[in-house]
Design a binder for this molecule. Structure first.
Ligand SMILES: [Cu+2]
Length: 98
Protein backbone atom coordinates (compact mmCIF):
# COMPACT_ATOMS: atom_id res chain seq x y z
CA UNK A 1 0.00 0.00 0.00
CA UNK A 2 1.57 3.32 -1.07
CA UNK A 3 -0.34 5.45 1.48
CA UNK A 4 1.10 3.78 4.55
CA UNK A 5 4.56 5.31 4.39
CA UNK A 6 3.18 8.81 4.02
CA UNK A 7 0.70 8.29 6.83
CA UNK A 8 3.46 6.94 9.05
CA UNK A 9 5.71 9.92 8.42
CA UNK A 10 2.77 12.24 9.18
CA UNK A 11 2.28 10.50 12.52
CA UNK A 12 6.00 10.77 13.29
CA UNK A 13 5.97 14.50 12.50
CA UNK A 14 2.90 14.98 14.74
CA UNK A 15 4.62 13.19 17.61
CA UNK A 16 7.69 15.38 17.20
CA UNK A 17 5.53 18.52 17.37
CA UNK A 18 3.66 17.28 20.44
CA UNK A 19 6.95 16.51 22.17
CA UNK A 20 8.28 19.98 21.36
CA UNK A 21 5.15 21.67 22.73
CA UNK A 22 5.20 19.59 25.90
CA UNK A 23 8.83 20.52 26.45
CA UNK A 24 8.03 24.22 26.08
CA UNK A 25 5.13 23.94 28.52
CA UNK A 26 7.34 22.16 31.05
CA UNK A 27 10.11 24.75 30.74
CA UNK A 28 7.66 27.61 31.14
CA UNK A 29 6.25 26.10 34.34
CA UNK A 30 9.61 25.76 36.03
CA UNK A 31 10.76 29.26 35.16
CA UNK A 32 8.53 31.16 37.63
CA UNK A 33 10.89 32.33 40.36
CA UNK A 34 9.58 34.10 43.45
CA UNK A 35 11.28 36.13 46.14
CA UNK A 36 9.72 36.96 49.48
CA UNK A 37 10.93 38.90 52.49
CA UNK A 38 10.54 37.20 55.85
CA UNK A 39 10.44 38.80 59.29
CA UNK A 40 11.71 37.07 62.42
CA UNK A 41 14.63 34.91 61.26
CA UNK A 42 17.65 35.18 63.56
CA UNK A 43 19.78 32.07 63.11
CA UNK A 44 20.46 28.98 60.98
CA UNK A 45 17.64 27.11 62.72
CA UNK A 46 15.22 29.73 61.44
CA UNK A 47 16.67 29.33 57.96
CA UNK A 48 16.15 25.57 58.17
CA UNK A 49 12.60 25.96 59.47
CA UNK A 50 11.62 28.37 56.69
CA UNK A 51 13.34 26.24 54.04
CA UNK A 52 11.45 23.18 55.26
CA UNK A 53 8.12 25.01 55.47
CA UNK A 54 8.40 26.40 51.95
CA UNK A 55 9.68 23.13 50.53
CA UNK A 56 6.63 21.33 51.90
CA UNK A 57 4.24 23.53 49.88
CA UNK A 58 2.88 21.71 46.83
CA UNK A 59 4.32 23.29 43.68
CA UNK A 60 7.36 24.89 45.32
CA UNK A 61 10.92 23.70 44.81
CA UNK A 62 14.54 24.89 44.87
CA UNK A 63 14.05 26.90 48.06
CA UNK A 64 16.90 29.18 49.04
CA UNK A 65 16.72 31.18 52.27
CA UNK A 66 19.18 33.97 53.03
CA UNK A 67 19.46 34.96 56.66
CA UNK A 68 21.42 38.17 56.08
CA UNK A 69 18.86 39.71 53.73
CA UNK A 70 15.91 37.95 55.32
CA UNK A 71 14.68 36.71 51.97
CA UNK A 72 13.63 33.43 50.46
CA UNK A 73 13.72 32.60 46.77
CA UNK A 74 12.07 29.59 45.20
CA UNK A 75 10.71 28.18 41.97
CA UNK A 76 7.04 27.56 41.38
CA UNK A 77 6.43 24.63 39.09
CA UNK A 78 2.71 25.41 39.10
CA UNK A 79 0.52 28.25 40.31
CA UNK A 80 0.74 28.55 44.10
CA UNK A 81 -1.71 30.68 46.07
CA UNK A 82 0.29 33.38 47.96
CA UNK A 83 -2.04 32.80 50.94
CA UNK A 84 -0.83 29.19 51.13
CA UNK A 85 2.78 30.39 51.20
CA UNK A 86 1.98 32.98 53.88
CA UNK A 87 0.19 30.33 55.97
CA UNK A 88 3.16 27.94 55.74
CA UNK A 89 5.56 30.68 56.86
CA UNK A 90 3.25 31.71 59.70
CA UNK A 91 2.85 28.10 60.85
CA UNK A 92 6.65 27.85 61.08
CA UNK A 93 6.62 30.93 63.34
CA UNK A 94 7.59 33.69 60.92
CA UNK A 95 5.94 36.34 58.83
CA UNK A 96 6.11 37.55 55.26
CA UNK A 97 6.79 41.26 54.96
CA UNK A 98 5.24 43.11 52.03
CU1 LIG B 1 16.67 30.99 64.68
Amino acid sequence: MPGIGRRLSKIIISLAIIRKVLKLVAEKEVIIMKRIKIKGMSCQHCVMAVTKALGAVDGIKDVNVDLKSGTATYAEIKTVDPAVVAAAIKKAGYEIVE
